[in-house]
Design a protein around this ligand. Structure first.
Ligand code: ADP
Length: 458
């Protein structure tokens, strides 16, 4: 090869194609030049004089090595491609998982049920807002220990150990449902919580995750208790007039039967019959109140509005009372003759006013007066019913418009089911108005009605 050294040619060829097998045939048989050639990228080194067989063997070896290298490269390429593909898939998978987790978290956050997921190491993997709220847990990422330290009691008020705690039970591998506990909040508020516990286990049956679902049934529980109390109250209230009615009828009937007594004196008979009628009316009124309250609650208040006047409604309510009671009522004349127009359900408002008047008379001494006073602003008309009676304690004032509520002082005199003010509140609210009371124990009460003053639509 004139003008180029064999080693340089070897290097050049190697640069052009690193895979191209090069066999150096040379006259130099010394070791350093053989090493140099191999370093320059030669595949083999054959020393002259040329032995064709040796060259052929060298070529075959070179071809075989090249094939093996190609295969190796192909294999590496495939492996590489697979690696890239699987990492892309992994990323897609991770993204999908993240998406699912976000969706699941969003869903769990929206649930009204509380959900707590914990692992046996004491980590809380997930706790939604509802659970945090139910348990009164202020920490953003609480631990199981922190959750156990929250005061939880059984229904008898006994504090629960961490093993009896719903999360403790679920971590202990128990499956349970309808487990009722009481969470006592730092402010003393008691929440009635029903819990369900389950877990995910690994192949060896060991708890990997414990899941607890909590439902706050405080309101439902309160309503159930209230319903039982109401039922007891209603049957108790009905028992009195019914018992009296039976007694009077019994007396009438046994007196009628006695041969030796000529007849029941007319006056006595009249009194007994009059008492029977009074008790029947009382029971009818109670049942009417009950039906009205139930129907207002379930169907809402539907008003039969018509043009009317507040003073007219008061006059009719006063007229509906007997003379003795009417005599105790003073209706102060309204300051302005033309400003008490309402577009309202007259008969319902009249009953509300009658209820306020009868209460004022009932809860004050017979020798005291009940005053009715009117007032108005441009947009509202007001009515005050003022008595000088037993008054109402401040803690009762807050609860006065609740269903069946009666004050301690009112219990002795209450004749109805104590639904009058509750019904009044619903009716006045349906008119867009307000009802309120200011009172002082021993000095009397003022009930105030405020209604939007409204002309009838043209
Ligand atoms: P009731 O049929 O018992 O009068 P209400 O709903 O009208 O029922 O009244 C509820 C309770 O509010 C009464 O039982 C009584 O305790 C109390 N109350 C209402 N009006 C007065 C008043 N003017 N003075 C004192 N207490 C009153």
């Amino acid at each position: 090869m004139p003008g180029v050294h064999g080693l340089h040619l070897c290097q050049r060829l190697h640069e052009i194609d690193p895979d191209l097998p090069v066999i150096v045939i040379t006259g130099h048989s010394d070791m350093p030049s053989a090493i140099q050639s191999l370093r320059a990228g030669a595949e083999d080194y054959v020393v002259k004089p040329l032995n064709v067989d040796a060259v052929l063997v060298g070529i075959e070896r070179a071809i075989a090595r090249r094939i093996a290298r190609r295969k190796q490269q192909d294999l590496l390429r495939t492996l590489n491609e697979r690696l890239v593909l699987s990492s892309v898939r992994e990323q897609e998978h991770a993204e999908a998982e993240q998406h699912q987790r976000t969706q699941l978290n969003a869903l769990l956050e929206k649930l009204t049920e509380g959900v707590v997921i914990v692992d046996p190491s004491g980590r809380v993997l997930m706790i939604n807002d509802a659970a945090r709220d139910m348990l009164g847990c202020v920490e953003e990422c609480p631990t199981v220990d922190a959750l156990h330290s929250l005061e939880i009691q059984d229904l008898q008020g006994q504090p629960l150990s961490s093993k009896q705690h719903p999360i403790g039970r679920a971590l202990g591998g128990e499956q349970f449902a309808g487990y009722e506990v009481m969470r006592v909040r730092p402010n003393g508020e008691r929440r009635h919580v029903v819990s369900t516990g389950t877990q995910l286990k690994d192949s060896k049956g060991t708890v990997a995750l414990a899941i607890v679902v909590l439902r706050d049934v405080t309101e439902q529980w309160r309503l159930e208790q209230q319903r039982d109390e109401y039922l007891a109250l209603i049957s108790h209230d009905l028992r009195d007039p019914l018992g009296a009615l039976l007694m009077f009828l019994d007396t009438l009937s046994s007196m009628e039967k006695k041969e030796e007594v000529p007849r029941i004196p007319i006056a006595l008979r009249g009194t007994l019959i009059e008492r029977c009628v009074r008790n029947c009316k009382r029971m009818t009124a109670m049942l009417q109140e009950l039906t009205e309250a139930t129907s207002l609650e379930s169907r809402g208040v539907s008003l039969q509005r018509k043009a009317c006047d507040l003073r007219g409604l008061v006059a009719r309510a006063v007229d509906s009372l007997d003379d003795a009671r009417t005599g105790r009522i003073t209706v102060e004349p309204a300051a302005d003759a033309s400003s008490y127009a309402l577009f309202a359900d007259a008969s319902r408002l009249e009953r509300v006013i009658t209820n306020l008047l009868t209460n004022a008379l009932k809860y004050s001494a017979e020798d005291t007066q009940v005053t009715v006073r009117f007032a108005h602003t441009g947009s509202e008309v007001m009515l005050d019913v003022i008595d000088r009676g037993i008054g109402i304690a401040p803690e009762s004032v807050k609860r006065l418009f609740e269903r069946y509520y009666r004050t301690t002082g009112g219990k002795a005199r209450a004749e109805g089911l104590c639904l009058g003010l509750y019904i009044a509140g619903l009716i006045i609210a349906a008119h867009g108005g307000r009802i309120g009371v200011s009172s002082e124990v021993g000095r009397g009460s003022t009930f105030t009605l405020i209604l939007p003053s409204q002309a009838a639509p043209a």
